[in-house]
Design a protein around this ligand. Sequence first.
Ligand code: UTP
Length: 416
Amino acid sequence: MVKRKAEVEAILKKYGQEHLLNNFDKLDEAHKEKLLDEIENIDFELIQSLYESTNKKHKREDDKIEPMEYLDKYKLNEKYKYYENIGKKAIKEGKLAAVTMAGGQGTRLGHDGPKGTFDIGLDSHKSLFELLCDSLKEEGKKYGVTIPWFIMTSRENNDDTIKFFEKNKYFGYQKDKNIFFFVQGELPMIDTEGKIILNEEGLVKLAADGHGGIYESLVKSGMTYKMKSMGIEWVFIGGVDNCLVKMVDPVLMGIAIDKKVTVACKSVVKANPHEKVGVFCKKNGRPNVIEYSEITDEMAEATDDNGELLYGESHILCNLFSVEAIERMGANPLPYHVAFKKATYMDKNGEIVVPDSPNAYKFEAFLFDAFGVVDEMAILRVKREEEFAPVKNADSAGVDCPKTARELYKKFYHLD
Ligand code: UTP
């Protein structure tokens, strides 16, 4: 241990992070080992460049942004059946799996526990996980298959998530047969001086690396390998917090297969030109999603000859990928976006500090930043009231909250 500690000290000195061992002697043996492990696993060069990025403004003027073509699910006419039949065949052949991203912190909702365990207040009191599973089971029945379900957790919520599933007997699924859990990656949080912070236990304060971490963690955890060995070719990836998510959509799948694209995404039309959502576009000729904060009013309001918004297709985290596309995306590092957050930490005297305003940077990759890896993708516009009922905020916010999601869910399933 002494030799190892000396080696770690040398690394820390090189990067100006010596404070990480300030409280080392107060830790028990297991924590000492763990802290050394964590430090050895940190990519300090990356942390340094991420810190530098917190001071830089992104210059976007040079990017060429153009609208992206899309298909409207309800204007496909005779093609609807054509695509649907192609998709149905592939689903019946067991080529589709679902992935639910459930590693987020759900800070806006403020629920104590993994977001998927949240009860949106239906009479059944089903959790988000159960609502998603109900829909998977119902769809699977239609095609005579069990849709394999992969769930991404974070280190923070993995144990609670698995306990919840165990308690609920995996909602009829079987662990390691058709339901699989994998843990996403993490990055250290840093303070405004670029110093990595410690958590309440005196270990490195790590935070999930964003939903963009999905590709790398699917590959690194061996899930893509498993998928291929199960004969899975297509993977629907969605969030845990959209209680109307349709993970099994033969039309979307049929389009992807027929058009020979490796990614097909669903969109809903923007509620109004200035709705705060990311929209699909082409950036420098490649598929992308542009954030609402990054387009001008003029672009946001621009319409085509039919009066449709040119940049009106919102990205709703409902995306279908070929396994091969996931592997390619997992091999390319994504850029990280920075968020300034409140983070409880242990200071250099070993005291726990609970800040009342943001004090630390968290770095997250966004799933859609990988879209540019492929040349072409298909976009399918679906109906918001059928497929998009997100639970992001507490009810007090009045939008994208349990109340709005519950109403949409009840309306769709005629529960009143
Ligand atoms: P959001 O970006 O809405 O984040 O995630 P969130 O964690 O649910 O909520 P806030 O921002 O802290 O309030 C969209 C989807 O991506 C997943 C979430 O679980 C949700 O299903 N996600 C997000 C992850 O799986 N990992 C992450 O690191 C971030």
